[in-house]
Write a protein that binds this ligand. Sequence first.
Ligand code: C2E
Ligand code: MG
Ligand code: MG
Length: 396
Amino acid sequence: MDTDGVQLEGPALLADDGQAVDALVMDPEAGTRRLLARALASRGFAVTVTASAEEARRLLRGKTFPLVLVGWGDPGDPSGEALCRALRGPLVSREAVVIMVAHRNDGAEIQRALDLGVDDYIVLPSLGHQLETRLRVITRRVQRLASRLRSEDALRTALDRDEFRLVYQPIVALSGGKRVGYEALVRWQHPTRGELSPAEFLPLCEASGLVVPLGTRVLELAVRQLSTWQRLGHPMDFFVAVNVSALQLAAPDFVQNVLELGRASGLRPRQLKLEVTETSLVSDPEEAAGKLARLRVAGFSLGIDDFGTGYSSLSYLHRFKADTLKIDRSFVGALEADEGAVSIVRAIIAVGHSLGMKLVAEGVETVPQRDTLQRLGCDYGQGYLFSRPVSPSRAP
Ligand code: C2E
Ligand code: MG
Ligand code: MG
């Protein structure tokens, strides 16, 4: 790679994760390239320099740069324009700061670059002063972004490398103890950090939209697992519940994806239960209700998760015809100490039953909790008392 002999001239600028903050400079003109690289390096950025849009695109495919400086030379400069066009596509994070370096003060050219999604521009004759000012304004933002983007890159790589797997937690009938289903829970088999639980990566997946491809992957894994169990001759008298996030449900091709997955697998759709939280129904209730209704008509089961914690509203409950209602584990955990929790759980069970749903209590850890739930008429339980989530070889 052409680094034009750039060296760090000041102390390194570090992101929140303690690593250097990367910047990419693309300019076909050697002198400008060197100037830009030196200015960034003197502020501590780890600079990668390239002369061609093609090379820049290759670099951007492998790594996310929070700051990109694009030189746009002569009017109609094909390399600058080509890169700018690519910039707001899948190559560059939407939050990355992209600055065009215009080699002349040509309003039309500058406007074109801005239209292509460039955030800001600097005009070459006053480069030194303008770049200094811009960098002062954006450095902290770029610095914060750097560690985020790196984590997102790691997640994207993990999806490519297939590092996610599912564990399965049994759901049992409270009377009799028969296993009626499983909840599939995602884990990241991280190459160096070991097995990571959703709390460690889901928030970033949600924030970056990666929860959509992750969710698709999870559905594929669950369906494939069901097929495997069937092939192995297990009696298929149980459901597998898969968590569906709000963004995933909102994705335009969600219903189509699930229907196709179901068709391709040859399984009975009832065996797949889609678990949604009330919160995922809030942003566009009509849209969400319509999608879930189509899936239910196609035979899939639906479950409402974490009931009682989100924007609990009884109006959602009667609009979304679901098969099960899951009582959040915060209520279950409070059953022994708190009479109020007993009253709430009793009420949730009454509402659920009167709407024709089965009730599942999650986070059941003790025998008194189970006994109380059973006494209150709850149908199913899930929790460490019965089993931790296990790998598919230990289920069903
Ligand atoms: P959730 O859907 O409410 O799942 C139940 C969580 O409670 C799981 O945590 C499970 O391991 C944990 N749990 C089960 N029994 C007990 C118990 O007796 N005591 C306690 N304290 N906890 C218990 P996990 O696997 O860490 O998942 C956390 C959350 O991450 C899930 O909550 C769900 O919202 C989300 N999640 C997990 N897998 C997926 C997935 O594939 N896609 C999406 N979108 N979200 C997922
Ligand atoms: Mg769940
Ligand atoms: Mg839950």
